[in-house]
Design a protein around this ligand. Structure first.
Ligand SMILES: [Zn+2]
Length: 202
């Protein structure tokens, strides 16, 4: 009996460690930066750095995290970020017991899968990186700097500043900047596929 009580905490620690490594591995495969991994797991910098190198075959970037919410409001970034955030909210609503980071990973995998499919199966980094997606959730949830508004024309959810109000809110597809019109009509611009379909059906 004494042996059982002694080994239990050790088992728990090993299991928890395995879960943390699995979580970090999934985030690294999505393209997460080291700062994100440190914030979302209890693993040390050195272990995360080694894990990153083992999975990606290179050292993690040492640059700063993207820090401005304004990036998400430029036309093309807003299309991609709004699609990702709408997926994130839908997953959270469907699975309220899932931790936030799990919803984030699942939403990002859906967004990323959509982007890869649009590129004919060729893998390249999506316009919205995992780190940007992670920062976006923080800008909405922690900093209260951005929110999901609804387009008055098509009804789709899209990201705006928190303090944007009024009845004249129009999304990036219903109200594109003039410079984007020729490319948008010609289909040569890099827009998220699902969003284009949504608007085509609206
Ligand atoms: Zn719209």
């Amino acid at each position: 009996m004494s042996q059982t009580t002694k080994t239990k905490p050790v088992h728990r620690k090993v299991l928890d460690d395995a879960r943390q490594i699995e979580l970090a591995t999934r985030m690294i495969r999505c393209g997460a930066r080291l700062q994100v991994l440190e914030a979302e797991t209890s693993l040390s910098y050195d272990r995360l750095s080694h894990l990153y190198h083992e999975i990606r075959g290179c050292s993690p970037s040492k640059g700063l995290l993207p820090f401005s919410e304004s990036w998400y409001l430029s036309w093309r970034a807003n299309l991609h970020a709004s699609l990702f955030y709408s997926l994130f909210v839908a997953i959270e609503k469907a699975r309220p017991n899932l931790p936030e980071v799990e919803c984030l990973i699942r939403a990002y995998q859906l967004y990323e899968g959509n982007e890869i499919a649009c590129e004919g199966g060729e893998r390249k980094e999506p316009y919205l990186t995992f780190t940007r997606a992670w920062m976006l959730v923080r800008f909405v949830r922690r900093a209260d700097a951005l929110k999901l508004s609804h387009c008055q024309d098509c009804g789709i959810g899209f990201l705006t500043h928190t303090h944007t109000h009024g009845l004249t809110l129009r999304c990036a597809v219903c109200n594109p900047p003039p410079r984007a019109l020729p490319a948008l009509r010609g289909g040569s611009i890099d827009t998220p596929h699902d969003l284009s379909l949504h608007h085509a059906a609206a």
